[in-house]
Design a protein around this ligand. Structure first.
Ligand SMILES: Cc1ncc(C[n+]2csc(CCOP(=O)(O)OP(=O)(O)O)c2C)c(N)n1
Ligand SMILES: [Mg+2]
Length: 415
């Protein structure tokens, strides 16, 4: 058999183009303290360090602001743990823990202005908190009583998106709209402060989502339309049981270069750095320089959801290592060592978190089950003959049962 064209092997590529497995892994996880590509303002030991590029986005973060960020993180962790426990007790169908990602979410959320729009995935309970959504409003989806209990327009926080990466398309489209309608980069001339008037969008997604076509398409559209959207990837290093090295050969923040917009990697367990970098990114978007990609490098400290068992696919020593980088602990240490904050403050926050947990729990336990036909009522805004017929059939089926208790005289006896 003849070979039509002689195959010529490509010229040997340099190590940059053909990295070894070790080099790929080092790049994906090159986040040890002091790594050149990791933005950090607070070390795991609680020491405030300087970053020549991003310090100016944190100059107003005094001790009062730091206390606020600490309080935010403690409270969201507390209701996250309470929800996890409620699922274990059968009160929620499922819960998606945020444990370990408090700094990544509170930092980004507190960088937003009221007029900005946020598109979450399903783990963004901390961002919801910063948009003024009461934690009890998150419970409906996880108890199966509604599809999201908050008003996305009023809160500027879209409903949770379970379809991985889909919100990147929604966010790119929304940000394109902001641009078409002139709500970006045009309000400075008349004396208005661009930061308080111009709009930006932020989109939250995970490391695993970056393998989805929707994310790629969102990046392409946002890039070519200079859409004011911050793509905020919380790289918690796992997509259920798939580690990042099974998803990428390059660090995720570097992917932005291929689309023609900047990408920055920030220590996702450092709330100050996440806040400063997100402020910068939003400012870029507001002034017409979007989009921007942020990779917040963090770690999923708990299971993917309450239906998952991470001991099946990852080693406990990884978890132990990340406990030392805890996002809340480093702020506590900084408050004590560098600002002399006393025990009283921490006791107050603890008491407040206990109250929140109790209120959250009480609310969950008294949530009434929805009417059986609830699942049909919000499919179409204006109804649909097919869905209406299905609803009637379903209700008739329900009504065919005897009322509870009347079927068996033995009910409650013996067994
Ligand atoms: C389009 C689609 N494919 C698959 C799934 C199933 N799924 C749910 S979560 C998940 C992993 C997502 O990982 P990542 O993007 O890293 O986010 P994380 O859960 O770690 O926050 C997958 C594959 C889904 N929900 N949607
Ligand atoms: Mg992940």
């Amino acid at each position: 058999m003849t070979v039509p064209h002689e195959w010529v092997p490509p010229a040997t590529l340099g190590a940059e183009q053909h990295p070894s497995r070790e080099q790929v892994l080092a790049g994906l996880k090159g986040t040890d303290e002091g790594a050149p590509d990791l933005v950090q303002l607070l070390t795991p030991e609680g020491e405030r360090v300087s970053d020549s590029r991003f310090d100016r986005y944190a100059t107003d973060l005094d001790v009062a602001a730091l206390r606020g960020l600490y309080r935010d993180m403690v409270l969201v962790r507390r209701f996250d743990r309470e929800a996890n426990a409620l699922q274990r007790q059968g009160q929620l169908g499922i819960w998606v823990p945020l444990l370990g990602q408090e700094a990544a979410q509170i930092g980004a959320g507190r960088a937003l202005q009221p007029q900005d729009m946020a598109f979450p995935s399903y783990r963004e309970h901390g961002v919801a908190w910063t948009r003024g959504i009461d934690p009890t409003e998150l419970l409906g989806i996880f108890r199966g009583t509604d599809q999201g209990g908050w008003d996305p327009k009023a809160t500027r926080f879209h409903l949770y998106t379970i379809v991985i990466g889909n919100q990147c398309l929604n966010a790119a489209g929304y940000a394109m709209g902001q641009r078409f309608e002139g709500r970006v980069g045009n309000a400075v001339g008349d004396g208005a402060d661009a930061g308080s008037v111009n709009e930006a969008t932020i989109c939250f997604f995970g490391d695993g989502a970056t393998s989805q076509g929707d994310v790629h398409e969102g990046f392409v559209w946002a890039a070519v339309y200079d859409a004011p959207v911050v793509f905020y990837c919380q790289n918690n290093q796992w997509a259920i049981s798939e580690p990042t090295e099974r998803q990428s050969r390059v660090p995720l923040y570097k992917r932005a270069g291929g689309y023609g917009f900047p990408g920055v990697r920030v220590d996702g367990n450092d709330v100050l750095a996440c806040l400063a970098v997100t402020r910068w990114a939003l400012e870029e978007c507001r002034s017409g320089n979007g989009p921007v990609l942020i990779e917040a490098f963090t770690y999923r400290m708990d299971a993917h959801t309450t239906s998952d068992d991470p001991s099946r696919y990852r080693l406990a020593d990884e978890l132990e290592l990340w406990k030392l980088k805890d996002p809340i602990e480093r702020v506590r240490v900084n408050l004590v060592r560098e600002h002399g904050v006393g025990q009283e403050f921490f006791a107050e926050v603890q008491a407040e978190s206990d109250e929140l947990a109790a209120r959250f729990r009480e609310f969950c336990l008294q949530m009434p089950p929805p009417a059986p036909d609830r699942m049909f009522s919000e499919v179409y805004a204006g109804g649909s003959p097919t869905v209406d017929a299905q609803r009637e059939e379903f209700l008739a089926y329900h009504e065919s049962f005897e009322p509870e208790g009347s079927l068996s005289g033995a009910s409650g006896e013996g067994a």
